[in-house]
Design a protein around this ligand. Structure first.
Ligand SMILES: NC(=O)c1ccc[n+]([C@@H]2O[C@H](COP(=O)([O-])OP(=O)(O)OC[C@H]3O[C@@H](n4cnc5c(N)ncnc54)[C@H](OP(=O)(O)O)[C@@H]3O)[C@@H](O)[C@H]2O)c1
Length: 318
């Protein structure tokens, strides 16, 4: 593993949820580098020529590509073509142009939903190609998965240095709280906070609450990114998650507490439970001397506090 020194680090998607966490970590880790964050208003990466123009204008030696069309299950089910097209087009061209522009290192992100729907928990990186992902989000997750093949292909043919990180189910400040687009934690925080404000006596949750999942705090994901920028030069992906098993019932109780909801949770067992167990294997991350350890209760407390403050300031995506 080499120690890289970069002078100009370009971050796409810096205005997004994870971008808000990653930018300060990069600033702290690389105080002498010029750090340039861009969003869609600067370069719409879906437009032909935009990725090439961005790289020509900025001339980074390191590109951290976080721009994506991402969202929760509802929006993925409704708009699979948008998720497929936008991610595939953005990634394929941005990646190709980064190689052409002689960027020395590209850091990209895909998601845990790209693993096969039948993957065995804990889900290790070697299970990635063992089957097709969950159908509801396949537009997004299959498009994203192509990053792995692109990373391998450009490394083999061109010696281009790119890496692919796989954050699990990320939650934290700056997440999207729009109920159509949100992942499960921001959606539940918003519902429980609003139920508490209305003084509701019960809240309905779907399923039995028995399925187990693994959630990772965005601040933990962001904190390990600089290490990967500096030290990791392989197209073998790495899971970034807590590797901790928590039931949906425990999650709901923890969010209830964080949101200050005093009523009862009623479990609607007529609704399906989905996959019973989905936990990521974080051995590879740990073997690199890294971990994502913020306790869920603490992460939920910070996220709920941020949601309440950000809502007052009008800066939360609702
Ligand atoms: N959130 C998760 O749970 C999770 C889990 C695993 C992996 N990831 C991956 O982590 C990365 C960051 O995700 P996120 O949750 O931070 O996403 P996000 O909050 O939805 O932010 C997406 C970012 O991409 C930019 N973007 C979207 N379309 C663009 C376009 N056509 N041209 C240029 N920029 C565009 C957005 O810019 P504007 O704001 O200007 O539109 C925004 O800054 C993505 O690669 C995602 O797939 C996320």
């Amino acid at each position: 593993m080499s120690i890289e020194r970069f002078q100009r680090i370009l971050v796409t998607g810096s205005s997004g949820f994870l971008g808000h966490h990653v930018m300060p970590q990069l600033k702290q880790a690389f105080p002498d580098a010029e750090l340039i964050g861009v969003g869609r208003k600067d370069y719409d990466l879906l437009q032909p020529g935009a990725p090439a123009a961005m790289l020509k204008d900025i001339q980074p030696d390191c590109l951290i590509h976080m721009a994506a069309k991402s969202g929760g299950i509802l929006t993925n089910k409704r708009r699979p073509a948008d998720f497929f097209y936008e991610n595939l087009v953005m990634n394929t061209h941005t990646f190709h142009e980064a190689w052409k522009a002689k960027v020395r290192k590209l850091v990209t992100f895909m998601g845990g939903c790209s693993y096969p729907s039948g993957a065995r928990s804990p889900i290790g990186e070697d299970q990635m190609w063992d089957g097709y992902p969950q159908m509801e989000s396949a537009g997004y997750s299959v498009a994203k998965k192509m990053l792995l093949t692109q990373s391998w292909a450009y490394r083999v043919q061109h010696g281009f240095n790119s890496i692919v990180l796989i954050p699990g189910n990320v939650y934290g400040e700056w997440d999207n709280f729009n109920l159509e687009e949100a992942h499960v934690i921001p959606a539940l925080i918003r519902k429980y906070v609003e139920a508490a404000e209305r003084g509701d006596v019960t809240i309905t949750a779907f399923g039995s609450g028995r399925p187990t999942r693994d959630f990772v705090y965005a601040g933990d994901v962001a904190a390990v990114v600089p290490w990967f920028v500096q030290h990791y030069d392989s197209s073998e992906p790495v899971n970034l998650s807590a590797g901790r098993r928590i039931s949906i019932r425990e999650l709901a109780e923890a969010i209830k507490k964080a949101a200050g909801f005093q009523g009862d949770i009623v479990w609607d067992t007529s609704m399906p439970d989905g996959q019973m167990d989905k936990i990521f294997d974080v051995q590879r991350l740990h073997d690199l001397g890294l971990s994502c350890d913020t306790p869920l209760e603490e992460g939920l407390r910070r996220t709920t506090h941020w949601f309440l403050e950000a809502r007052k300031q009008g800066i939360v995506r609702l």
